[in-house]
Design a protein around this ligand. Sequence first.
Ligand code: NAP
Length: 267
Amino acid sequence: MDVYGLVGNPVGHSLSPPMHEAAYDALGIDARYVTFEPAESAIADAIAGADALGVAGLNVTIPFKQDVLGLVEPDPLADRIGAVNTVDFSGDTPRGYNTDAGGARRALTSHDVTLDGANAVVVGAGGAGRAVAFALADAGASVAIANRTVETADSLAADVGPAATAHALDALSELLADADVLVNATSVGMDEDATPVPADALHSGLAVMDAVYSPLDTRLLRDARDAGAETVDGAWMLLYQGVEAFERWTGRDAPVDAMNAALRARL
Ligand code: NAP
């Protein structure tokens, strides 16, 4: 039996175990997916211990995504983003990936959102914002990053390169007038009826994705629907980061429908 898991603190309410175990059930894979909650000071021991014990793969979440970058061999994308959310222990050295980026890209493209040549606006420049900004720029979009703390947007835009620009939140209305894609990667709207984007800046030419998945139907997504925009909820990004992790670990196509059903049954 293969053991996969999630390392973070806290991980008690994670939706990853049912999502991944649904994939094992669907494909008849003999594996379990468990959660680990080490002390913050113990993450290096936790990664080395998982490797020594023959754990096949780990997802990594808050607060360890940046720490784990220095404990594994990161692939170039994870290195540029500065965070690892997936570790593969199958080789001689643990390899680190960032599947939040691919998750964001596939969440959008699976809804027929064109990214190559698109004008995209990303609100937020924290962990999710970094993954989304790199994903969209690598897919050929120009990316305007708006963040409450403009200095953080500045440094993300510099890391992404010429495809990205940095802005304050009060530039959103102007930025959105010409935009095709909007992603909320702030925590605004999580467990609250709030949005970081003025409703009157939304329009029917936009595809709007919210990284927030609790609640699933955020105020931003309701405002976007009211404006006639296409919407993609945060569970799609969560789903596809898990799909990409599963595919890296097993080398098999993920049973996306089974994973999606297991996830949505719990949201
Ligand atoms: P983070 O690193 O802590 O970043 C938080 C971001 O939100 C920063 O840009 C921060 O701006 C901004 N922010 C926080 N409070 C704000 C406010 N009151 N007004 C305006 N901006 C505010 O968090 P994260 O890991 O990026 O996560 C962000 C959200 O994405 C969370 O809800 C998380 O659950 C979700 N997420 C979803 C997925 C998925 O797969 N669907 C994956 C990852 C994360 P400052 O820089 O100014 O502080």
